[in-house]
Design a protein around this ligand. Sequence first.
Ligand code: SF4
Length: 149
Amino acid sequence: MNKKQKLLISACLMGENVKYNGGNNLIKDLESLSQKYKLISFCPEVASGMTIPRIPNEVQSFNPLVVKNELGIDTTDFFTDGAIQTLQLCKQYDIKIALLKAKSPSCGNIEIYDGNFDGTLIKGQGLTANLLMQNNIKIYNETQLGELL
Ligand code: SF4
């Protein structure tokens, strides 16, 4: 019997209550996904020690790299640590693909919020998605699920 391919998945997409507001982003197709892949869930923000719930964060700039929460507190170290831990997990389990939550300052793979906390999106990746991409891990978000199934 063929072994299922491993797929890293944002913990909030698995229905775990790890979002900044204490909720989740459970996806409908989890059953089909789990039939095809061995799912390994992870939340970089919680892994780095951030609380649930937590104040929303947005990337302020990439060069220099700065992430702040809505109160203006610098949280860059948490986001960097979460990204590194996620990459270590992928290396440990030889994970080559990931399904990550769109628009998140950690997990977003195409767009993120612009840093002004007003809902404006810009092209770019969250810190975790960016680090995984740099290490040749293919990233999908929940709107691209069809490509995985
Ligand atoms: S960091 Fe990623 S996994 Fe964690 S709550 Fe945010 S989007 Fe979900």
